[in-house]
Every structure is written in structure tokens, then in C-alpha cells.
Design a protein around this ligand. Structure first.
Ligand code: SF4
Length: 105
């Protein structure tokens, strides 16, 4: 009999949490910046999106997904692009430091 435990989970099971996101049906322009948006406009838009995320029942799943998938754009799980990039970069630095400290060479 074929072992299927290493195969990816069914897509609907993996993505079901998105059905409960409070951003569903909202204007995506609140969560994703238009070209060349900078400064106050960007900060204000992100704060508006984060306020919605703050009440979202699937915030943790959304954040975990965005960090794992390294979503490059938009507000996910109450975090903006720069915040996610900082967390991913810090995790990479920790892995490199750990790898070099345990290297046998
Ligand atoms: S946490 Fe924010 S971006 Fe994620 S599903 Fe909820 S409302 Fe949408």
C-alpha cells in the first residue's frame, strides 16, 4: 500500500482559515499598497488594515502562514511587510549562527 503521509494536505484543509478572515469582502487596497505609496499615506493605510486584523479570529493562522510563505506584500496577520521581513531576517541570522556554531569543519 502506498504511504501518503508525506504528501501535502488537501488544499481546502490548508487554506480553510481564510474563509473566516475579516478581510474577506473588504477593499484589498486597504491591505495592499498601491504603487509608489510612501510615508503618512502608507502608515495610515497599514494602521487601518491592522485595526481590522486586530479583531480577526484567524490572526494567528494568517500570521503563521505569511511568515512561513514569506509573503512579500501587504498586511497579513496584523503585520506589515517590513515587520515580517525583520522577523524572517532575524530567524535566518539565528539559523546561520546556530549552523556555524555546530559546524564540524
Ligand atoms: S489577520 Fe488580517 S489579513 Fe489575516 S485573515 Fe485576518 S483580517 Fe485578513
Amino acid at each position: 500500500m502506498t504511504c501518503t503521509t508525506r504528501l501535502p494536505k488537501p488544499v481546502t484543509e490548508v487554506w480553510d482559515w481564510q474563509m473566516e478572515g475579516l478581510c474577506r469582502g473588504q477593499n484589498s487596497a486597504v491591505f495592499f499598497h498601491p504603487d509608489n505609496e510612501r510615508g503618512y499615506a502608507r502608515a495610515a493605510r497599514e494602521e487601518k488594515a491592522k485595526a481590522i486584523c486586530g479583531h480577526c479570529p484567524v490572526l494567528q493562522q494568517c500570521r503563521a502562514h505569511a511568515l512561513e510563505a514569506q509573503e512579500p506584500y501587504g498586511v497579513w496577520g496584523g503585520m506589515g511587510e517590513d515587520e515580517r521581513r525583520q522577523i524572517v531576517s532575524a530567524a535566518r541570522r539565528r539559523v546561520r549562527a546556530y549552523s556555524s556554531s555546530t559546524s564540524l569543519s
